[in-house]
Design a binder for this molecule. Structure first.
Ligand code: SF4
Length: 417
């Protein structure tokens, strides 16, 4: 990816008047963009027009996404000081896009003890984290109430920390292990300290695509059931999409349309996070099912389209420095994004899939990148309460983890459970 090209491209769009860019767009694109600027809901056909647009149409869409972002959520760039804890990489599911999972007999398989996890939480708290984000593989040897007990272990020592944990795939597996219905199981986790759920394991919400990606994984109906049950129980979730693999544009549009429908009913999504597929160490890539795609255009299409298509329903659009690299992620702040994700402090899933964007972004770097984009970074909680004036102890600076490569151009990677 030619980062300099995209930097100039974004700067030119920012400098150009909105009307001039709209005038150069094709009639179909212009009509869809004008509808969005008037806050009218985009149809799936509008979505398809926008998600696939290129050239002058894409320039106009990026400008409109930036305008909509400014109108809807202002100029602040939010971030959370958090730590990822991938507590086990042992997994029997076998997703074709995953480079993280291990079989239990592999030499680098691990399943962290409670002491190790507590040590990581203690380190996170000492560095100012307000959240721990915990996901892991689907471990066949997991004790039946492992997820509940993990919450107890952490909350007994760190009652203040927000625990953002357990994807719908983990919820499905956990509930099955103890033969509980989702309302009962999620309610139990909530009562033991679960603060919110990552809306991962979504990949593409289409069962034909999911069958190719991972035939053992939670299907669309179960994913929706778990997410809407969580929302009904007062447990918010994020929402995600994994793009850049075998999906078609129509799959992406339908995926966002489904998320938008859920949000209208539940208001339980806190944010939307587009996650670029990282191909390098994945079965899909080795089998030749996917080709590496150039980074840049597809990412701008995805982020700008998301801002406009979800407008009025999900207004926090999070860029992913893990998948795109810090510099490209910063540029997407001018294409509709308003959130820079978290410090993470430790990230294994994308790194194992071949991502090379590092495992940690310190607060200072987030602030610097926001400034470079003419914006101001503001720390937030997981649930988007802004923490004006709070300075995380140690500035959430690296202690053990390696800092992200600030000038990394690489983009790619897969999601996880
Ligand atoms: S993505 Fe998650 S569920 Fe799928 S194989 Fe990887 S660790 Fe297992």
């Amino acid at each position: 990816m030619n980062l300099e090209y995209w930097r100039n491209w974004v700067d030119e769009i920012e400098a150009a008047p909105l009307d001039a860019l709209l005038a150069k767009a094709s009639p179909a694109t212009r009509a869809a963009l004008e509808r969005s600027l008037e806050r009218r809901e985009l149809t799936p056909d509008d979505g398809l027009t926008l998600y696939t647009c290129t050239g002058d149409d894409l320039r106009a869409m990026v400008k409109c996404a930036d305008v909509a972002r400014a109108e809807d959520v202002g100029d602040e760039v939010t971030y959370v000081v958090n730590r990822n804890i991938n507590f086990t990489n042992i997994c029997f599911v076998g997703c074709q896009f995953c480079g993280f999972k291990r079989q239990r007999w592999e030499s680098d398989a691990y399943d962290h003890s409670d002491e190790t996890i507590l040590g990581k939480v203690a380190d996170a708290v000492a560095r100012g984290a307000t959240e721990v984000c915990m996901q892991g593989g689907i471990n066949p040897d997991m004790p039946p109430f492992k997820y509940r007990d993990l919450l107890d272990v952490i909350k007994s020592r760190f009652p203040e920390i927000h625990i953002h944990a357990f994807s719908p795939m983990e919820i499905m597996y956990g509930a099955r292990r103890v033969r509980m219905e989702y309302p009962e199981y999620i309610g139990m986790l909530r009562d033991h300290g679960l603060g919110s759920i990552p809306g991962t394991a979504a990949e593409i919400l289409d069962d034909t695509v999911r069958e190719v990606l991972s035939h053992k994984k939670v299907d669309v109906a179960a994913w929706v059931d778990i997410i809407t049950t969580a929302h009904a129980l007062g447990v918010p979730t994020t929402s995600t999409v994994m793009y850049g693999h075998i999906e078609t544009p129509r799959h992406v549009v339908n995926h966002l349309a489904l998320l938008r429908t859920i949000q209208k009913e539940t208001h339980g999504f806190t944010e939307f996070v587009p996650l670029r597929f990282i191909h390098e160490n994945t079965v899909m890539y080795r089998k030749g099912l996917v080709k590496p795609s150039e980074h840049g255009e597809l990412d701008f299409q995805m982020y700008a389209f998301s801002r406009l298509f979800l407008r009025g329903q999900i207004n926090n659009i999070q860029t992913s420095w893990v998948k795109c690299g810090v510099d490209l992620a910063a540029l997407t702040l001018k294409a509709g994004c308003n959130d820079f994700s978290g410090t993470l402090m430790e990230e294994s899933i994308t790194a194992q899939a071949g991502g090379d964007n590092g495992e940690f972004v310190p607060v200072d770097l987030i602030e610097q990148k926001a400034r470079e984009m003419g914006r101001v970074a503001v720390e937030r909680t997981t649930l988007y309460k802004k923490l004006y004036g709070r300075k995380a102890p140690n500035g959430a600076r690296p202690i053990a983890a390696s800092p992200a490569q600030a000038d990394s151009h690489a983009c790619g990677g897969s999601g996880c459970s």
